[in-house]
Design a protein around this ligand. Structure first.
Ligand SMILES: [Fe+2]
Ligand SMILES: [Fe+2]
Length: 398
């Protein structure tokens, strides 16, 4: 009489047995989604501080991109799994679990993608990059004219959107040029620390003075385009850090010279030269020509520093430079616009931008591999000489 009861219990136990794996799977998805969301928070914070030209970071961010894609899969799967559980059990908590998993994973994915977007669109400048605790820095802006010194452009024929874009582009350049002054201070400090000859210390200080002049001229052009003057805010971060080393001083000096000077300042010179060629505005063209000429000399100064460091440090420095060369291959390309200027440039008149010396990002992309290859070849040849014991340094002509 009571025979059917065990059958019902068996059916219930079977349903429960099938539900347990689903519950544990849901928990795994939610845990992974939560962990990747937290990880992306960290990476997003780093990305927002505008790190650039750093291959390991780029690799990390590309990994986050892949993680973000995975999170979307997690989010959708967890959502469907939880809805199915809710239909089976009629319990509301599964709807909340589904929404929780969806929001967590979706948030992490968005952060990852935004992090990538900002890093890949943070824009280049015309000077040597300044790093504090490994992160790129430049001064923030405020109203004021003390840093505006130089010729102003003729702007009467420009529409307002193009003027706004050119103002933003030159302000961005001015910030980067300003940051190059303390960047060369660090070079000078390091050179003194390792007993470098006077020609190199003089070169570092000469470059710093030229970067200060570039900053003033960029601020003046920005003021001309925008009809209002800007200046820099204090950089208290500089009081806390900026001279720290992550290895032996000669190796750090050599590797930083390779990345920030030999590669980036030579590329800056390439871009400024290409911009000067198309520029039809006399004041702007004059600044671009000066920047192209002096950035090239800053790059040559960095090659001198690299050669000297290899002649002093021999094989260990050569091995450090070769390791850096391997990473150089994956270095992020500097871009024509930053996240702050991209929208303004999009709204501007492209022909007018070109006439005022702003080439398109496609041209930056075309010049980048050539410069990177030339840098790698020249550096490899210097390393080979250091490794076979024939490295020598000749003082540059005054
Ligand atoms: Fe420079
Ligand atoms: Fe510069």
């Amino acid at each position: 009489m009571d025979q059917p009861a065990p059958a019902a219990n068996t059916e219930s136990a079977t349903a429960e047995g099938a539900g347990a794996p689903r519950r544990s799977l849901l928990r795994v998805w939610m845990t992974v989604a939560a962990i990747t969301a937290l990880l992306n928070l960290v990476v997003f914070g780093v990305a927002m501080s505008e790190p650039r030209f750093d291959a390991p970071l780029l690799v990390a961010l590309l990994s986050v991109g892949a993680l973000s894609l995975l999170q979307i899969v997690f989010a959708l799967t967890a959502f469907v799994a939880a809805l199915r559980r809710q239909r089976e059990t009629r319990q509301r908590r599964h709807v909340f679990a589904a929404l929780g998993a969806f929001v967590l994973a979706g948030m992490g994915a968005l952060q990852g993608f935004f992090g990538l977007f900002f890093v890949l669109l943070s824009g280049a400048g015309w000077g040597r990059p300044l790093r504090i605790r490994g992160q790129l820095r430049h001064p923030e802006l405020t109203g004021g004219s003390d840093w505006s010194r130089g010729e102003m452009p003729e702007v009467n024929k420009l529409d307002s959107a193009t003027r706004r874009a050119l103002e933003a582009l030159w302000l961005h350049d001015a910030q980067k040029e300003h940051a190059s002054v303390p960047a060369f201070t660090r070079v000078s400090w390091l050179l003194a620390a390792v007993g470098a000859p006077p020609q190199l210390l003089e070169g570092a200080h000469r470059a710093a003075l030229e970067e200060a002049d570039h900053a003033c001229r960029c601020f003046a052009l920005a003021a001309g385009y925008g009809g209002r003057a800007h200046t820099v805010q204090p950089m208290p971060d500089l009081l806390l850090a900026g001279f720290e080393l992550n290895g032996p001083a000669l190796e750090v000096l050599a590797v930083e010279s390779l990345k920030d000077g030999c590669l980036l300042e030579d590329f800056n010179a390439d871009i400024a030269h290409a911009c000067a060629i198309v520029c039809r505005e006399p004041a702007t063209k004059g600044v671009l020509e000066r920047i192209a000429r002096e950035e090239r000399s800053h790059a040559e100064f960095s090659w001198q520093v690299l050669e000297w460091a290899l002649s002093q440090g021999g094989a260990p420095v050569a091995r450090a430079v070769k390791r850096a060369l391997t990473a150089l291959d994956g270095t992020a390309r500097p871009t024509a616009t930053s996240r702050a200027t991209a929208r303004l440039v999009k709204d501007a008149n492209a022909a007018q931008l070109l006439a005022h010396g702003r080439i398109e990002d496609a041209q930056w992309a075309a010049l980048w591999p050539q410069r990177r290859t030339a840098t790698m070849r020249r550096a490899m040849s210097l390393c080979a000489r250091a490794l076979d014991g024939t490295a020598a340094w000749a003082s540059p002509a005054p």
